[in-house]
Design a protein around this ligand. Sequence first.
Ligand code: ADP
Ligand code: MG
Length: 638
Amino acid sequence: MPIIRRLPQSLINKIAAGEVIERPASVVKELMENSVDAGASRIDVYVEGGGVGLVRVVDNGSGIAAEDLPLAVASHATSKLGEADDLFRVRTLGFRGEALASIGEVSRLLVRSRTPGATGGFEIAVHGGTPSEVVPCGCPVGTTVEVRDLFFNTPVRRKFLRSPQTELGHTSEAFVRVALASPQIHCSLWHNDRPLFELPGNLDWLQRIERIFGRELADSLIPVESEDGPVRISGYVAHPSQSRSNNRMQYLFLNGRCIRDRSLQHALGEAYRGLLLSGRYPIAILSLKVPADWVDVNVHPTKLEVRFQDSGRLYSQLLAALRSRFLATDLTTRVAARVEAAGEASVPGPHDPAAAQRAKQQLVEWAKGQLASCGAGSGSATETGVPWPLADQGAAPPMPLEIIRLDGRRRSHPGHLAEISADAGAAENGPAPGNAPKPGPAFFAPPVIPVKALQVHNRYLVAESEDGVMVIDQHALHERILYERLRDRIASGAVESQSLLVPEPVDLSPAEAAAALENRDLLGRLGLKIEPFGGSTVLVVAYPAMLANVAPAEVLRGVVEQLVSGGKLPDRRDVLDDLLHMIACKAAIKAGDRLTPEEVAALVEQRHLVDEAHHCPHGRPAALVFSRDELDKHFKRI
Ligand code: ADP
Ligand code: MG
């Protein structure tokens, strides 16, 4: 029969540490929360080695009396709960009395503290769970807690720690959560003597948000305010033009505590329904003030999740607040304005959208002439007299398409092209057979007249195949072409990279910045060169040339989203492949882009890259094939 034994205290503490202290970021969270509870108006956080080597949190709060120091580091000892009922109206961030004991169990902990009335300070050290005597020390009023060598005595835990860069990402995220929850407190974060954040306490919430996440995000925020009885919701949600591929940019602060709540996140998603593409998540930074006895915060060891007495009420209030806010805000015009602005923005580098647009227009004019000359070519004429694939050409796609530019073969065999265009252009331009054709606009190699392929609804290409008809998804095919090409180039180490004349700073979340910098080499192979730029801002120095149409910031964001999605670090090849798909997807023409006949032809030429077996990375088929037999059967020919 197994014998039941009481666990020794140190084992109890280790078990508690397992729940509460997962990584250096957990230490930062617990220590900063203690400082907030102590009424500090200033909290300075220093970390080394991402927090694995050292976490030091210095505050100017109430301090701990010498005689209380041993209790502070003992388990289940807290100054925050008086009687049992207090548990159901918690007003402090901590109350379990476990954090310092847990941390002391798995690290070398030093607590120095001085209360306002005392003439000097006192300190206590805990090494792997063994506390020292309390001895006097010199220190300012407040508390300094130092945690060194986290998990030095729990090798299994230590093995789970990631690189310093990744741990720093988590650590910064933990810092940001507390700093956002308490905007009135001056907070700073330092890493290896480098300042990452310096957030004065005299700024308002929006200014603090801007300091943390950058101007671009702050500019896109829409204020939200709602009061229903004692429940108050206030804060910001982002304009739908700003979204993320995961819900990590949804910060909810309940009575000053950062929480995750599925129901409230669902309400957010509902409010943005129809405003965001599927798979995109809104950005929100919201504060909820609810009477303390309406929530149970004692359901999760790190209190990340809480239980509401009436979560339905909060859900409806949040949803209603957002909906009425959106109704009162003209979201669409802002989207359009932004797109325009983005289009006009002078992307530093070789790409000049206006020039490309002009060149494209020239090409369109030229192609119209060609088509007219070969008797309406592939389509029947509309009332406007323009062959229908080109009708409504006035509204050219906002971004120039670069299929031809990317098609190396087309350029390297001008002889072949000359034949075709000489032939097609003969009627109008009248060069003698065999003569070199009149050159088209210098920007392009003379285009080919599309043969037996049509663009329909600006999204599908209908082409004749060996033994039937193929309906191709234009985006999926182009994506596939770019993917294959990029993969070949990576294999041969020849991805073209375009340096930016003026490197572009991009604001990321701390975790994203860490992930990006950690994968710098990998991104470099893709042609995306980045540098750290202080805080969680990353500088894009060069980007893949094939993404000339996409703003560098967007490229980096897309890449980073791939890097951080999934949480764990997948193996490098998978990441590379995901990134290739992402880049190909971003660079490819979209459904809805009107294509010129030349572009259609260039695409269809490579239709072998998509057949029934090929799917786009999202699992949709890229092409449908109807065999002649099938068609014959349908039309009752056989
Ligand atoms: P809890 O925060 O749940 O009470 P902790 O283990 O985090 O448990 O802290 C134990 C006690 O130590 C707290 O209740 C508080 O009295 C004291 N303490 C910890 N950190 C500080 C600090 N920075 N300033 C003042 N008192 C502190
Ligand atoms: Mg605590």
